[in-house]
Design a protein around this ligand. Structure first.
Ligand SMILES: [Zn+2]
Length: 225
């Protein structure tokens, strides 16, 4: 009842189309969520995201669930999640993607979900790491636990103006696994919000491999195309 009353006093709007939300909708209306473009990559052998990592480090499978570009309605949700203090959008989209992928077997055999970390100072400035929220949503949908043993040990400058070699140098030594025992022998699902160049995932994955997991798979909420 309180939720209903609050909704009358302060009507919540869809972040994408600005229509009023029903009490059961969060952040975006069901029409806008249904219209977000899914990549369908999990159904394809050597999909475009797997091609970005093939030959760089070993992995079982990789997918980015939604297709992303700067003008897409999804980018509104991603920007609100990252920069406008709506981290719970990550929980919602993570849970949604988790439910949609669960029956496909994408998560089968995965033991732990490990989010790409944010450097401590950056996280303090922002107040949260949105990738943790995506991880919690995925965990909610799949029952797979989240583990935060991967840490960012130094911050890195922005990647966009760098070539591939500079990017790798820029991201080497960025991360460390705090408790290698928690990773050893497990199938790790490494997750991030958006896969663009993939350099952060490459650097995280190379760090994870040093802790001797049994297998590694990759998931991002969105992937550029
Ligand atoms: Zn809408």
């Amino acid at each position: 009842m309180l939720a209903d009353l609050l909704n009358i006093l302060f009507p919540r709007k869809c972040h994408i189309c600005h229509s009023s939300l029903t009490p059961h909708e969060r952040f975006a209306c069901s029409h806008c969520l249904a219209d977000l473009p899914r990549s369908g990559f999990h159904r394809r052998k050597l999909n475009p995201m797997e091609e970005r990592f093939a030959g760089i480090f070993p992995f079982e499978r990789a997918t980015g669930h939604f297709l992303y570009n700067r003008d897409s309605p999804l980018s509104t949700l991603i920007q609100d999640m990252k920069y406008r203090h709506f981290p719970s959008i990550g929980n919602m989209l993570g849970e949604m993607a988790g439910r949609e992928l669960f029956s496909t077997g994408f998560f089968s055999d995965v033991d732990l979900i490990i989010p790409v970390p944010m450097h401590r100072w950056k996280q303090i400035r922002r107040g949260y790491n949105q990738v943790h929220h995506i991880a919690d949503g995925l965990s909610q949908a799949t029952g797979i636990p989240v583990n935060l043993t991967l840490k960012a040990v130094r911050s890195h400058r922005t990647q966009t103006a760098l070539n591939r070699e500079q990017r790798l140098a820029n991201t080497s030594g960025l991360f460390k696994v705090e408790n290698p025992d928690e990773v050893a022998g497990r199938h790790i699902l490494l997750i991030d919000d958006v896969c663009t160049t993939g350099s952060t995932l490459i650097s995280s994955a190379e760090t994870i491999w040093q802790a001797k997991p049994r297998a590694l798979s990759l998931f991002t909420l969105a992937v550029t195309f």
